[in-house]
Design a protein around this ligand. Sequence first.
Ligand SMILES: Cc1cc2nc3c(=O)[nH]c(=O)nc-3n(C[C@H](O)[C@H](O)[C@H](O)COP(=O)(O)OP(=O)(O)OC[C@H]3O[C@@H](n4cnc5c(N)ncnc54)[C@H](O)[C@@H]3O)c2cc1C
Length: 450
Amino acid sequence: MANTDVLVVGGGPAGVLSALTIAKKGYKVILIDAKPFEEIGNKICGDAINLGPLKLLEKELGIPLPHGEEVADIVEALVFQTDRVTFPLFGDGFVLNRHPYGQRLLKIAVESGVEVRADTKAVSAIVDETSVTGALVREKGNKEAYEIKAYITIDCSGRNYQIRKTIPSELFPNLERKMAKRDVAASYREIIRLKEDHHYEKKILLIYDSIIPEPGYFWIFSKGTKRLNIGIGWYLDMSVEKGMKELFRDVLHKYYPPRTYEVEDKGGYTIPTRYPLMNAVASGFIAAGDSAFHVNPFSAEGHGPALSAGYYAGKIASEALKAKDVTEQQLWGYNIAVMKDFGLSHTKLQLFTEALRKVKTPGLEYLFKRKILTQDQFMTLHGGNSLGKVDIFKIILKGFPRYDLLYNLYKIAKGVQKFDHLFARYPSTPQGFSEWENEFMSIMNDIRNW
Ligand SMILES: Cc1cc2nc3c(=O)[nH]c(=O)nc-3n(C[C@H](O)[C@H](O)[C@H](O)COP(=O)(O)OP(=O)(O)OC[C@H]3O[C@@H](n4cnc5c(N)ncnc54)[C@H](O)[C@@H]3O)c2cc1C
């Protein structure tokens, strides 16, 4: 007998959106989070977010865009920068104050009927012979764990992916369980207050500094005229001689020498940063947000995708409850929605990340400085589209004699094409998935080993 229709584990953006979408349809939802209620939504982050997912929530759920104290700055441009090159791209969005925004979403969830159990940690999944049936949970200060039984359990526990990793592997062969070191980035950031106004208003900068192992980067995001969110991050499989905080300080002091700023807040955490799980459902189970690798693998933006994935998880779960069928087959529509929204584009962006591991910052500088790759062409590839024949010819001419770089561009363009064809055949049901996934892995492994 279930205690609730749906159990959502984690009250970050993915969890709150899943929970409120389902509660708005009239189903019973329990949301648990390890944090105290008033701390839910407060996360160490770069705080930048694209407009797209926020517009989706406004359109589908009537959730107003961030406003008032939730907005630290508006974003009008995303700028790639190295020691020698600056490469502006356009982008609409916000730099948020995540805590008040997260608390507003939580309030909407509560008003929609979600029961929130704060200070409550999921320990492991509960399963029967065919399905995930809830989770074993423990309240803070209480040694005894207890069970919450649900028809559907949604894992939104972020980097911990507490439910997905504790589902017995033999039960659902289509569901991946691991999180490899090369797919997780370590990251550290500070919010600083400057004595003088800065020059980064309405901008977010991704800085590829040669002392940070590629494809890692240093970021500067404006949080108003005198405040900046500044951070650093790289993959866990990279070896670096200095500690992260020491390297952070070295790079920061190139821009702001000691005593020109005060640190308001600081902290670090890890970010799963890879192409998304190709399947994130099992009978009675959905994974959304960081727990399903929904972070953009190039920019490490995961807030927006977590909101969108949370909405899709909630929508598909509500439809399954209505149909009284929570099998993998019924929940499969969630995979299709994610693939259509950002699954394919994030997979293509993985190609850029792999290329950057190979060509390194000087290679990137060469491409941009010699204008081998123009801003428009970069945007085309970055958006996951192929370049025209004339463009490719021009690139080859201008790329002489750095054919190693051209080879990497060629691999990106080829990979983009292959994924386009493969994703057009993404299975409409779980049948045929394992064959499709083998094909996917063979392309991905080829790219990773080129
Ligand atoms: C330093 C840093 C900078 C970043 N910068 C950006 C950025 O600028 N823009 C951007 O878009 N993204 C950024 N990200 C990524 C972004 O923060 C995440 O992708 C996003 O928060 C994912 O949302 P989520 O709901 O999946 O997980 P989270 O936001 O991590 O939420 C998970 C929730 O689950 C709870 N939880 C965990 N384990 C359990 C458990 N066992 N039981 C119960 N509850 C549990 C946690 O308390 C938490 O509330 C950054 C991340 C880091 C670490």
